[in-house]
Design a binder for this molecule. Structure first.
Ligand code: ADP
Ligand code: MG
Length: 698
């Protein structure tokens, strides 16, 4: 890092070519824009990555190898050497000792600049090697004897290619003079949270005082940093709350609770709702009553029973004369929902219709006609639901299962699906996810969603025991599979994820199926993968559900939603290749019945440190929230949320794992500002988002 910055600084000392000045200026503007620097406000908020201490000079013989130090001396010798490779070698002496400077890339002008007798101030990492003390590519400049040292730390800014620190420093200094550094926080808020004034904080970060607490500055715990992080989080909260307000100004059909279908459904259900299911159902049911669209996320660990709650919500819409749609990310999952829900719901006399991309054209047209005429009341399917050709009679509620697997655009498309005869209404939306969002993320990136959480599993489940086994012991595992089947259990055998090639992944599944069929000749071993025609997929799933197939070899297609309570053993091959949430989802396929269940993670050594961490986490906990939290830690929010959710402004300064406490304050402050100081809120958004704010979760 230091070296790169030094290189950039040197380039800038080259004389600028005057003739192409204009071209250079616009090229420079482009580079600035690439860094997000469009105007004064952006420059003011372009805060240092770190600081360099150039306030003192160390005598050469006091400097310790490995330290970054600044020394000053006179050039004794300067020559280009050609062996072992071409390099500029400069000898510097300061009376206390000698130091060798090496430059592997250099310009002719630099040779001149470092002529014998020149006084240089250099800063870099000191190495003590066989040939004495040396620095490679130090940052250096020519000084007069006795030239004053800076009295404060030197900021180092994030810079793109071709933008020197000197240039950024001068642009930022100029911006700080012309941009008004007024506070956008009302005094009362500022003193309540003990925050530094905005102007003072910005100046403290760009021009640290000589007596500043350097450690606090480096760790970003200095009050000036805290103020910046707070402001950034506040801007995010303000924009999300604005989005929420905008949603509340839209119309949705108010759906009354307690209709006959809901009543009958609850009466015929073979089990009682858990306390958690009852609670989330009350929350959802109340939301549906509103005249503005519900936007609620129902999260609950795998197997916590979200489907029943979704069915209840659908029935409340249907009770009120509206249609409901349920969209799932895969055909297998949509099909499972269809089978389960159509049994429950057609028993109440409500027509349920299936819609998927793999349907024959004629069947699909028929389904679409029933959707459009309104004969279909509950529609279940895949992405096919959001195609243009699908027109609803009056969609009142859309439900999206495993919402994180859909892009924002797809969810919006489903919401746009209701015109309701020109009443300008949008349907209520219920999103479901088994990948729980850690609280801090829920409060930041998902702040526009209401969240309901099922935090309790239906009774009678036994926790899944997870074991890590070296792939070399596969024979033992196969013996265990055999024993489990003899006890009347069923087994999933999941093939390794091969991200580079779907074909290869398929081949592995076919091979594994052959190997297991040969090793277990007395058992029925089935095979399922994404490329299988829909009808065959359904056949295999049926056979497994009925127990005719005892061992199911599969690719990751069974990751979500598949529900066969008698399956109590899961083997995952090359578990080290899977992500945490995927492993958790897969493991959730077992432990659904009353039998003791186990999950065997076969791994291949050597393991990378993060793979080891993931496997250890899987062995240590079955709690989906804990797993999500560790996943966030291992991957950071950007990756955790996935590129699917892109378009979302990630945070530059605040760090959700260490600054979670600030999120709470920023959220409360946002509510208060929108209510009492809307103009300041505008100014704040303008400063931090520059009108580029997107409605993060429209
Ligand atoms: P998920 O939240 O993973 O989507 P499901 O809705 O598929 O979970 O439910 C998992 C299993 O638990 C299903 O077989 C479902 O019928 C059953 N189930 C749901 N709620 C209850 C309950 N309250 N009591 C007993 N079993 C339940
Ligand atoms: Mg589910």
């Amino acid at each position: 890092m230091a070296r790169a910055a030094a290189g950039v600084a040197k380039k800038a000392t080259l004389p600028a070519s005057g003739a192409s000045g204009l071209v250079a200026a616009s090229a420079r503007a482009l580079k600035l824009v690439r860094l997000g620097l469009r105007g004064d406000a952006d420059l003011v908020l372009h805060l240092p990555l770190r600081y360099e201490d150039e306030t003192s000079v160390t005598p050469i013989d006091h400097a310790i190898g490995g330290d970054v130090v600044q020394v000053e001396g006179v050039v004794q010798d300067c020559e280009v050497q050609y062996r072992p490779r071409r390099q500029l070698v400069v000898q510097l002496a300061d009376g206390s000792g000698e130091l060798t400077l090496r430059f592997l890339n250099f310009y002719g002008s630099q040779i001149k600049q470092m002529a014998v007798g020149t006084r240089l101030r250099v800063r870099g990492e000191l190495r003590s090697g066989f040939f004495g003390r040396e620095m490679v590519h130090p940052k250096c400049h020519v000084v007069e004897e006795g030239a004053p040292l800076p009295d404060r730390l030197t900021p180092v800014y994030p810079a793109g290619e071709g933008l020197s620190q000197t240039l950024l420093r001068s642009l930022i200094t100029r911006a700080l003079k012309s941009y008004p550094l007024d506070d956008t926080l009302p005094d009362a808020l500022r003193s309540r949270y003990r925050l530094m004034p905005f102007g003072a904080a910005v100046l403290a970060l760009h021009f640290p005082q000589p007596d500043v607490n350097e450690a606090a500055l480096a760790e970003r715990s200095h009050p000036a940093w805290i103020r910046m992080k707070f402001d950034e989080l506040l801007a995010q909260q303000l924009s999300l709350k604005r989005a929420q307000q905008a949603r509340r100004e839209r119309n949705a059909p108010p759906l009354r609770a307690g209709g006959p279908l809901v009543q009958h459904f609850l009466e015929q259900l073979p089990f009682a709702l858990t306390g958690a299911q009852q609670r989330v159902w009350r929350e959802i049911s109340a939301d549906l009553l509103a005249r503005y669209p519900m936007q609620r996320l129902l999260q609950g660990d795998v197997g916590s029973g979200k489907t029943v709650v979704a069915a209840l919500a659908a029935l409340q819409a249907i009770d009120n004369g509206y249609q409901a749609a349920l969209m799932a990310p895969t055909e297998i999952l949509a099909d499972q929902h269809f089978r389960k829900l159509s049994v429950w719901i057609e028993a109440l006399g409500v027509p349920v219709v299936w819609l998927s991309g793999s349907m024959k054209r004629k069947a699909r047209n028929e389904s679409q006609a029933r959707v459009e005429s309104g004969q279909a009341r509950l529609i279940i399917g895949t992405h096919a639901l959001i195609q243009d050709a699908v027109v609803f009679e009056n969609l009142g509620l859309s439900i999206v299962d495993e919402q994180h697997r859909f892009g924002v655009a797809q969810r919006l498309a489903l919401r746009a699906k209701s015109d309701n005869a020109g009443q300008n209404q949008v349907p209520h939306q219920l999103m479901m996810s088994a990948t729980p969002i850690p609280r801090t993320l829920a409060m930041t990136y998902y702040a526009d969603l209401e969240v309901s959480t099922i935090d309790e599993l239906p009774p009678g489940r036994t926790p899944v025991v997870t074991r890590l086994i070296d792939a070399g012991r596969r024979d033992e595992v196969i013996a265990r599979v055999h024993a489990a089947v003899l006890e009347g259990r069923q087994v999933y055998w999941v093939c390794p994820l091969i991200e580079e090639s779907e074909v290869l992944q398929l081949q592995t599944a076919v091979d594994t199926h052959a190997v297991l069929s040969a090793a277990l000749p007395d058992l029925m071993v089935g095979l399922i993968h994404g490329r299988l025609p829909t009808a065959e997929k359904a056949e295999v799933m049926d056979a497994f559900t009925l127990g005719a197939v005892q061992v199911l070899v599969s690719t990751t297609v069974i990751e979500v939603g598949v529900d066969v309570p008698n399956a109590s053993l899961m083997v995952i091959e090359h578990a080290e290749r899977f992500g945490l949430s995927q492993l958790h989802q897969l493991r959730g396929r077992v432990g659904r019945g009353s039998a003791a269940s186990a999950c065997i993670l076969l791994y291949q050594t050597p393991l990378s440190p993060t793979a080891r961490q993931r496997l250890r986490t899987m062995r240590e906990t079955t709690d989906g929230f804990e797993i999500a939290r560790r996943d966030l830690e291992l991957r950071g929010p950007g990756e955790f949320l996935g590129q699917r959710q892109s378009g979302m402004a990630l945070l530059r300064f605040a760090d959700l794992s260490s600054d979670a406490w600030l999120v709470d304050q920023a959220r409360d402050a946002a509510v208060e500002m929108l209510r009492d100081h809307p103009q300041l809120a505008d100014q704040h958004l303008q400063r931090w988002m520059g009108g580029r704010e997107e409605f993060l979760k429209a």
